[in-house]
Design a protein around this ligand. Sequence first.
Ligand code: ATP
Length: 313
Amino acid sequence: MSLAYEEGVEFDASGSVKVRVPAKINLHLGCGPLRPDGFHDLTTVYQAISLYDDLHVMRADDLTLTIEGEGAAALPVDEGNLAIRAVQALAAHTGHEPLARLHLTKHIPVAGGLAGGSADAAAALVACDALWGTGLSRDELAKIAADLGSDVPFLILGGTALGTGRGEQVNPVLAGGGWHWVVAVADGGLSTPEVYREIDRLRDLGIAPRPAGPPDQLLAALRQHDPAVLAAALVNDLQAAAISLRPQLRNTLRAGKDEGALAALVSGSGPTCLFLAESSEHASLLATRLTGRGVCRTVRLAHGPVPGARVFA
Ligand code: ATP
């Protein structure tokens, strides 16, 4: 049996909630200078895409996490895991005991520039919010999310959104539906802090492109619903740093372009690469061709935008 709960969110009367959460990509990632607080000023346009982690949360007498799927063996199951930290943060904020059994099924590649850890934190917040019936507003939840990580508020919101500050201040933007992506997953990950250090180093040496300006061209392209126009407007300031740390990404990007992608770019801090296709048929063809080139560990198809972390089943 399931009970209706705030804003159409549902939870099972037996004390179990399932949440599905997407990965994010950055259609525009403008990275400003390092701030005194150690973060970089970002102007980004996020899009949530159809690669998902699933989190099953049950009532329990203690707080535990089990993980299966993509990269599971390498992930911490204690406070090192953002999902556990999210449960603790929500409990501290609401005065609830941090008690829950979490089971995570990962499909989002770890340390891939797709914000999988942040996605799991968003999922845990939404799941425990429903399980415990905290009655928090979306704004309160977004504040807890922002303290957990810059990408977490967007992964609750989903869709396509402008992110400012360090990326944690998010506002939805009009993007239309049905953008088709081919996602090339690399062998191994890249450390996000290392990629930021590398962009600072390259800029100090004067060999990285200057920070991108505001995302006006990208926002206009989204409104036109023309993939070729969008292709010309995609920007990632971190791409030079990701390639500097992982030069073989050049081959992956070039292979995608050779095989007919409208655009090729590194996803966030990498090393995942993204290719924009004209249609779902074009994306399937591109994925098959890219697989044949052997330039990445695996190739996935995705579309966006999709909703953020949501209770399902
Ligand atoms: P971002 O761009 O937001 O830094 P990313 O996609 O590059 O994200 P994540 O998959 O979020 O990287 O993981 C980064 C690190 O965070 C991993 O190396 C891992 O040790 C740690 N981590 C903690 N919790 C999780 C989780 N639930 N899933 C994945 N990684 C996690």
